[in-house]
Ligand binder design. Structure first.
Ligand code: ZN
Length: 237
């Protein structure tokens, strides 16, 4: 049977449970924010990687252009030399150089075309990826805002819950509170029913002494505790 003292303790326990739940949620809130922040950082890294790939292609194109330019200069030089030589074998040797150089320019220009095509593709991919990543980031940022809002609400709720705990403690005497608080640091719930001689907290059978204490005419000011786990017990059935 529930004594008035136990009823007060059950109210206290209920409010303490609520307070503990809020405290746990508040503790987890910054961890969630950090996790979302890490997601944002990953999206930003992905954008930067795509941008770096594009830059790499553009610098390869510049290098090729320089090479084409210097090869063309070489070709012009050979052509000038050829127009000045008198001997046939020299003329032919330069003609060979000119052919080789023209072929080299052709190859380089082909490579340049390929790179230009790759740049076009990379630009398209980058723009699409950037749009998706930016959208993701916006989603993450909205999530952080709502997490922060929740944190503020939880803080307010916790304050209320703490006040309710304080109110619930008032009618309970100091010695009982001491027992309750000591137990509460070890295991919640502190007060559990005994049904069929089994403790509702540790699920072990209570001793016959506890059993008879629960059966007998209980001193309303005295608490009965489980001899296995130490929780405050009452007989429920
Ligand atoms: Zn127990």
């Amino acid at each position: 049977m529930l004594t008035p003292l136990l009823e007060k303790l059950l109210i206290l326990q209920d409010r303490d449970g609520k307070r503990l739940g809020l405290e746990a949620q508040l503790k987890a809130a910054p961890i969630e924010v950090t996790m979302v922040e890490q997601k944002i950082a990953a999206e930003k890294t992905a954008i930067e990687t795509a941008r770096a790939e594009l830059k790499q292609l553009e610098s390869s194109k510049k290098l090729l252009e320089t090479e084409i330019g210097s090869t063309e200069t070489k070709l012009a030089k050979y052509k000038t030399q050829q127009s000045l030589v008198k001997k046939n074998d020299e003329y032919q040797a330069l003609g060979h150089e000119i052919e080789t150089t023209e072929a080299a320019i052709g190859t380089l220009e082909e490579q340049e075309l390929q790179i230009m095509y790759q740049i076009d593709e990379a630009k398209k991919k980058f723009a699409a990826a950037e749009a998706v990543l930016k959208q993701n980031i916006a989603g993450h940022e909205a999530r952080i805002r709502s997490l922060r809002e929740r944190e503020t609400n939880l803080s307010a709720e916790l304050k209320e819950a703490q006040a309710e705990v304080a109110t619930a403690r008032e009618p309970v005497g100091e010695p009982t509170l001491r027992v309750y608080d000591r137990l509460a640091t070890r295991h919640m719930p502190v007060c559990v029913p005994v049904r069929g001689n089994t403790c509702g907290g540790c699920h072990l059978k209570v001793s016959s002494e506890v059993e008879s204490a629960l059966r007998g005419k209980a001193d309303p000011a005295k608490l009965v505790t489980c001899d296995q786990c130490g929780r405050i017990v009452w007989r429920d059935a």
